[in-house]
Design a protein around this ligand. Structure first.
Ligand code: 6R9
Length: 649
């Protein structure tokens, strides 16, 4: 191993894990040499109604792009997550729900979850929701959110979960795009002791919708907050399920029927509706959940994500439930009521596996020993991270504090588009290097290419691409297949382009360096600069705006905004506040900028392209690294921007 600090597989893992190092290489080689044979076998981990005979039918060619897995098989995803566990494991805990307030928790068995899903599925049917309809879910982290997702899957409706931290405007945009006529929400959500009026947001979003007319809003009356009621449109969840039968036959779905849409930011303005289908996706998340976390039945596994993100879909709900796992669903935030909360939950519920984002780790790390000082943490045996590059210092802190120097860390690289983990250690097989997502999962063929698309061999740095399909891959951009082709398969011929840059070391380990496109990663949340810019220019005072990312100690990246105001308008603190609030309202609190800098002009090429490279350097105070500015239409704007930047600091 070439790097200095490496962490070999702990001895305790030898007897526990599904895989050792030799086993990994053997199976990996087989999985790429006989890719179809490998996935033919792995597909059998699911219960199929009609077994598949065709396994793989995929092409990354731009003019013939298609991705189909198990295409003549039929199954039901919810039945795979619930029904098939009932006979032997009906009484084991499916969801261990942990509330925002300490001491509040609830265990829901597979049998209970099955019953709740059937009742709600029947309720949705009684409202007229049919196979193929898009149902929007805008909910806090309460069990009903999981019930809603699974109920959709049971009847073949396509769910579109929208993060409850998004604004009514952002929610409306997603509802419009999906032509969604049904929304499931709660009167309010509670996080970190504070309540958010979700139903009010839905009411406003419904008014803002232009492309769809919302026919029903199902409301979980979760808190005692009173909400406005629209008779004929709004429907109380409790009343809806009260009279429903516990029996709801699972709809027979084709493997390639849509399971869900999840919107994610790209490098152009409008969020993309990433579409996943049932058979391949469930095979992939179930397999990765078992191997990456070395999951054993009966263990308590906690993925501290939100169901509004893909991590919540794949590794709170679908992967774990397909495997009959006990999945922890936490309502709150890592630092409420104080920074010891995560450790307290682990001790109280004797959790074995913890999977959280680097941004949460860094926030806790800022508190030194406090987050874990008084805790036992003896139950923990494995840690994981996802969402952004983890800096080696945070990795080490996580390993020492939560891991007590004994638990391996699986740093999993993947994307909304990939459905599940792609580059990842396997706890019993992989020597770890802090900051590296290590090696590909079975069946995954990563490569690095230069900007011309030439494949780089050996130790190298370049654009991270995938050379072949895998069952968890997204199938299309909802309603815009051409955008799917253009975004992922047009940069490099015949390859899926991730938008990330990476380095591969002499041991073949991958190190993700971050996005190479105009996408920011703020606290693990993806945001397109174009999306932020178009929100800004929609404000009447703004003539032009440019957004770049700046390094941020806790968030990984922060949002740095350059704004040119319309002439005659007064830049100043009041206007800054106004634009900050505007962004929060248009997109959500996660879009709060760190800095708004006034710009008399922006650095542009003669063809009018904003040179973000220069703006990034100015924002990071790296004035000596601006590079060539002679191609600018008006090089003098650069000095003005530097002067203005200096006056801010
Ligand atoms: C699962 C998820 C995807 C982007 C991805 C990359 C970054 C995710 C990472 C990581 C370094 C890791 N990313 N995991 N970077 N190391 N282990 O996060 O999906 O929200 O779509 O974000 O996140 O830049 O391209 P998504």
């Amino acid at each position: 191993m070439s790097e200095e600090s490496v962490y070999p597989v702990p001895a305790a893992y030898a007897g526990h894990t599904l895989m050792n190092e030799t086993g990994y290489f053997e199976l990996y080689n087989r999985s790429v040499e006989d890719n179809e044979g490998f996935w033919r076998e792995q597909g059998r981990r699911l219960d199929w109604i009609k077994p598949y005979t065709r396994v793989k039918d995929t092409s990354f060619a731009r003019d013939d792009l298609h991705i189909r897995w198990y295409q003549d098989g039929t199954l039901n995803v919810a039945a795979n997550c619930l029904d098939r566990h009932l006979a032997e494991h009906g009484d084991s805990t499916a969801i261990l729900w942990v509330g925002d307030e300490p001491g509040v928790s609830r265990e829901i068995s597979y049998r209970e979850l099955h019953r709740d899903v059937c009742r709600f599925a029947n309720g949705l049917k009684s409202l007229g929701v049919r196979k193929g309809d898009v149902v929007t879910i805008y909910m806090p982290m309460i069990p009903e959110a999981a019930v809603a997702m699974l109920a959709c899957a049971r009847i073949g409706a396509v769910h579109s979960v929208v993060f409850a931290g998004f604004s009514p405007e952002a929610l409306a945009g997603r509802m419009d795009d999906g032509r969604s006529r049904t929304v499931i929400t709660a009167n309010a959500g509670v996080r970190g002791g504070r309540s958010t009026a979700l139903k009010d947001n839905v009411d406003r979003a419904v008014d803002l919708c232009r492309e769809t007319s919302v026919e029903q809003v199902v409301v979980v009356n979760y808190t005692s907050d009173k909400v406005r009621w629209h008779d004929g449109r709004d429907c109380d969840y409790g009343e809806l399920v009260a009279g429903q039968s516990d029996d709801c036959p699972a709809e027979e779905m084709n493997a390639e029927d849509p399971l869900f849409i999840l919107y994610t930011s790209g490098s152009t303005g409008k969020p993309k509706g990433v579409l996943h289908t049932g058979g391949g996706y469930l095979t992939y998340v179930s397999l990765t959940h078992e191997y990456v976390f070395d999951y054993r039945r009966g263990e308590r596994y906690w993925c501290a994500a939100d169901i509004g993100w893909v991590t919540g879909h794949s590794y709170i709900i679908y992967g774990p439930l397909a495997n009959g796992a006990t999945t922890v669903m936490y309502e709150g935030v890592p630092n409420y009521p104080d920074v010891t909360r995560v450790a307290q939950i682990i001790d109280e519920h004797q959790i074995e596996i913890l999977y959280i984002a680097p941004t949460a780790i860094r926030a806790l790390m800022a508190e030194g020993d406090k987050p874990t000082a008084g805790a036992s943490l003896e139950s923990l045996r494995l840690l994981g991270t996802v969402g952004e590059p983890i800096n080696p210092q945070a990795w080490q802190w996580y390993h020492q504090s939560f891991g007590r120097g004994r638990c391996p860390i699986v740093d999993t690289w993947w994307q909304t588009e990939t459905g599940g983990a792609m580059l990842t250690p396997l706890p019993g097989a992989t020597t770890l290097k802090p900051g590296s997502a290590t090696r590909p999962f079975f069946g995954v063929r990563p490569a690095l290419v230069d900007n011309e698309g030439n494949i780089l061999e050996g130790a190298a740095e370049g654009n991270l691409v995938l050379l072949d399909s895998w069952p968890g891959q997204m199938r299309t951009v909802f309603g815009d297949h051409q955008r799917f082709v253009d975004t992922y398969f047009s940069t490099f011929d015949g390859m899926y382009f991730s938008g990330d840059g990476a380095r591969r070391d002499a041991d073949g380990y991958y190190w993700i360096t971050g996005r190479v496109d105009d996408v920011l990663n703020v606290s693990g949340h993806r945001m397109g600069t174009a999306e932020l810019e178009s929100a800004l220019v929609a404000h009447e005072a703004v003539a032009e705006a440019a957004v770049v990312g700046v390094p941020h100690e806790l968030k990984g990246q922060g949002i740095y905004v350059y704004v040119t105001l319309n002439s005659g308008l007064e830049p100043g603190e009041a206007m800054r506040r106004e634009l900050r609030n505007w962004l929060r309202n248009e997109i959500g609190p996660i879009a709060t900028p760190e800095v708004i800098q006034w710009a008399a002009g922006l650095p542009k090429t003669r063809s009018g392209k904003i040179m973000r490279r220069i703006l990034r350097k100015i924002a990071a105070d790296e004035y000596d690294q601006l590079g060539d500015i002679s191609t600018l239409a008006d090089p003098s704007v650069v000095q003005q921007l530097i002067d203005e930047r200096a006056s801010l600091a």
